[in-house]
Design a protein around this ligand. Structure first.
Ligand code: UGA
Length: 432
């Protein structure tokens, strides 16, 4: 099939590349000329394991193309995916859909035969209705169909998630579009992926409800961890104990820092606003947002307690600063709050991240990037394990850290507290 992906951000680039790998002709189009020029040279703008090889392979066999010519790319395609950003509005309430509507206004000029227009970006309920209105001002209804097909890719696992999705959601009442999309996704459904056809609004809501539910699960276990810390119970026992109940499920029950990234914080706020717009108080989600926003201060207080209030001149090392492992993404990472707060209290920060030095900290005084784990932890008073990279899972702290009284605060619970105790290392974790 001939496919056009509008927007070569995370969603567009990963999905477009994978669709081409499944044998489709894909044009990824973006208004950012430099990005397109780089992609043609095999330079990938995001960090995603396995993506570079896949882009180069499919670009070389000419199934994957990159272009900044929207007219040409849309005109040639049967299916057009809209994959542009839907950030939080400047006032913090709801999603800013201006990029989506701008695309709809542009592409309506290039539709002269039947095309399926699909939103893959996360868009609030009724956005599909709006897009349909915009396009139908210039194009007869028989020439297009607007469908919602939300994506559920996780950063760092995106290629695996694309090929092995738990489900594919197609929001449309149009039979012709549904049949074409069933065909498009048949290489995945033939391997067991579930294909669900719903109304367009339902598909739009499924995406938000999924992210909000996962954010709720994480926040729930984080609050349980707070309680565990007071009553000397280990949160890992609770996660296993409740997760084995199939009605609850064991995934997304890892307690840790505040959830971050480009999706959960943005999408929980957007769905709460949608609730307000339709006079429905989504109070559970609102309290999840609040609890998560408070979590970084709570963990910071714990750092102060661990250091017995003496933060000034303490050498604190962060292992990992991104919002989670296997990504270089700093968006809404709790380190963005914690590191500047610790600096203000007089701490000296050293950090190492497998994805390199971060722009966000370059201008801060007393923040230093080390390019390997040993150098980062060498003189530390306190080592904070902030992300769960495999690189951090078997460090010989006793050998590497020269300061004998060093302390570890493992915010991802990747080490065993019993083993640490046996090694006589002062070790703190989440929820114990
Ligand atoms: C999330 C969803 O998992 C994807 O399904 C969705 O497609 C994506 O948002 C999106 O809307 O585009 P992502 O933001 O890449 O994916 O990251 P997750 O792996 O879901 O992690 C989000 C946050 O939750 C991270 O801060 C992570 O550390 C935290 N988390 C996750 C926990 O604290 N505990 C867990 O058990 C799981």
């Amino acid at each position: 099939m001939k496919i056009c992906m509008i927007g070569t951000g995370y969603v567009g680039l990963v999905s477009g590349t994978c669709f081409s790998d499944l044998g489709n002709d894909v044009i990824c189009v973006d208004s950012d000329l430099k990005k397109i020029a780089d992609l043609k040279k095999g330079i990938i703008p995001i960090y995603e394991p396995g993506l570079e090889e896949l882009v180069i392979k499919n670009y070389n066999n000419k199934r994957l193309k990159f272009s900044s010519n929207l007219k040409d790319s849309v005109s040639k395609s049967d299916i057009v995916f809209i994959c542009v950003g839907t950030p939080t509005k400047k006032n913090g309430k709801g999603a800013d859909l201006s990029q989506i509507f701008n695309v709809a206004k542009k592409i309506r000029n290039f539709i002269s035969r039947f095309k399926i227009i699909i939103t893959k970006s996360t868009v609030t309920v009724t956005t599909g209705d709006e897009i349909e209105k915009i396009i139908s001002k210039k194009v007869p209804k028989k020439f297009f169909s607007v469908v919602s097909n939300p994506e559920f890719l996780r950063e760092g696992e995106a290629i695996r998630d694309f090929y092995k999705p738990d489900r594919i959601i197609i929001g449309t009442n149009d039979k012709k579009s549904n049949n074409l999309l069933k065909n498009l996704y048949s290489p995945l459904t033939s391997r067991g992926a579930k294909y669900i056809n719903t109304s367009r609004r339902a598909a739009e809501l499924i995406k938000y409800a999924s992210n909000a539910f996962l954010a709720t699960k994480i926040t729930f276990i984080n609050e349980m961890a707070n309680l565990c810390e007071k009553i000397y119970v280990n949160i890992e026992d609770i996660s296993i104990g409740i997760g084995l109940d199939k009605r609850i499920g064991g995934r997304f029950l890892r307690a840790g820092p505040a959830y971050g990234g480009s999706c959960f914080p943005k999408d929980t706020k957007a769905i709460a606003s949608t609730g307000d717009k339709f006079q429905t108080n989504l109070s559970v989600i609102k309290s999840v947002i609040k609890s998560n926003e408070n979590r970084s201060s709570l963990l910071l207080k714990r750092v102060f307690n661990i250091l017995k209030g003496k933060v000034k001149n303490k050498k604190i090392c962060f292992l990992g600063v991104t919002f989670k492992a296997n990504t270089d993404d700093m968006r809404d990472s709790s380190s963005l709050f914690m590191i500047p707060s610790l600096i203000k209290k007089g701490a000296k920060i050293n950090y190492f991240d497998p994805t390199g030095e971060k722009q966000d900290f370059k201008k801060l005084k007393n923040v230093n990037f080390s390019n390997n784990i040993s150098a980062a932890i060498k003189d530390s008073d306190l080592i904070i394990i902030h992300t769960e990279w495999n690189d951090f899972k078997s460090i010989n702290f006793k050998k590497e850290v020269k300061n004998k009284n060093f302390i570890i605060f493992d915010m991802r619970n990747i080490y065993s507290s019993i083993k640490m105790k046996n090694k006589k290392i002062k070790y703190f974790s989440i929820g114990s």
